[in-house]
Design a protein around this ligand. Structure first.
Ligand code: SF4
Length: 341
């Protein structure tokens, strides 16, 4: 799969005050990419397309270069203390993706060029929590690796955390384009995670992302580059043959990852869930999806933000958890399971 390249970019005039803004403008100008100016990265209204379907797809191939004005970071439980906002949006087309709901009418991709101000703010949060360590999650609002080959903001953040005393960084990706991050001076402070799944889930619900084999190939390079490595298995989705599907995943990981350095691998497990607003948006953006969104087959659970979410029934959840924990135990006995939710 080729690395992401936007079909058009929008740039805020203030972005030119930052070296990264100028660099991105020159880069896309040389490539002959369609370039527009915008007063605000929150107000891109005239994207091409005759209907919602076309506009949504065009938005996902549009990159907006802007300034991050809000420097108040959101919290990011359970995997970190704060979400570090380097970008918003993603070029992938995962049917279940929660960004569809959180980004609403703005599914285009935004990158923020005031990286130094964002990292300075991260330093402030670290100071506030000292002497405790502070973990920052860089992929709450985007698949940051998917655009980093263009911006290198993530690489910058990795090297910044490496030099900090109390900062740690983590992010997750479904993309294979990691080569420019392999020589980053990370000093073990960044946990590089890959989102992986059973073949069925990747095939039917994750268009526009790297194949499982390519993700594992990238994970092997990351492991060899000395990064602490992790895997998020999400969404865990029950389907015909799911037990075999997930076991094949673990077998592949075990066969294809280098044998050195496996002791520090982490696993995070997140079962499939949806909310009523998410169901509406998914059915609009991906009307042909096979994704099962039948509330009567699920257990209602009180979620954050005051909205109910629909998760699997308790007995299904237990079987899922036991099965996956068994695979971890068998294929990666020295790894650590961080949570199942
Ligand atoms: Fe969403 Fe991640 Fe898929 Fe991008 S790769 S669409 S962020 S789930």
């Amino acid at each position: 799969m080729k690395p992401f390249m936007p079909e058009r970019i929008y740039i805020e005039p203030k972005a030119f005050d930052y070296p990264l803004g100028k660099k991105l403008y020159d880069y896309f100008k040389d490539l002959g990419t369609e370039i527009h100016e915008t007063t605000s990265h929150n107000q891109i209204r005239n994207l091409p397309g005759d209907n919602h379907f076309q506009k949504y797809r065009n938005a996902k191939s549009t990159l907006v270069v802007g300034i991050r004005k809000t420097l108040k970071f959101d919290t990011s439980k359970p995997s970190a203390e704060y979400a570090i906002p380097l970008a918003t949006g993603c070029m992938g087309h995962c049917h279940y993706c929660y960004l569809q709901t959180t980004m609403g009418s703005k599914p285009y991709i935004r990158t923020y060029v005031n990286t130094d101000e964002i990292l300075k703010q991260a330093d402030n949060y670290m100071l506030e929590r000292a002497p405790e360590q502070t973990r920052f999650e860089a992929s709450c609002t985007s698949d940051i690796v998917g655009i980093d080959h263009i911006t290198h903001s993530l690489k910058h953040a990795i090297e910044h955390m490496a030099k900090s005393e109390l900062g740690k960084l983590r992010f997750v990706t479904k993309f294979e384009h990691v080569d420019h991050l392999l020589d980053a001076d990370h000093r073990g402070k960044t946990r590089f995670r890959f989102s992986v799944n059973a073949d069925f889930v990747i095939r039917y619900f994750e268009p526009g992302t790297s194949t499982l084999d390519k993700r594992i190939e990238a994970a092997a390079k990351v492991q060899e580059a000395g990064y602490p490595l992790g895997f998020i298995v999400a969404p865990i989705y029950l389907h015909d043959g799911w037990e075999e599907g997930y076991e094949t995943l673990f077998k592949k990981l075990s066969n294809q990852l280098p044998s050195n350095g496996r002791d520090n691998i982490t696993f995070e497990f997140i079962q499939h869930r949806f909310t009523q607003p998410a169901k509406r948006v998914i059915e609009k953006n991906y009307p042909m999806t096979k994704l099962e969104l039948d509330k009567t087959k699920r257990r209602k659970k009180w979620g954050r933000y005051g909205i109910h979410k629909y998760v699997y029934e308790k007995d299904q959840e237990e079987v899922m958890k036991d099965t996956l924990y068994r695979y971890v135990d068998h294929y990666f006995p020295n790894s650590k399971i961080e949570y199942f939710t």
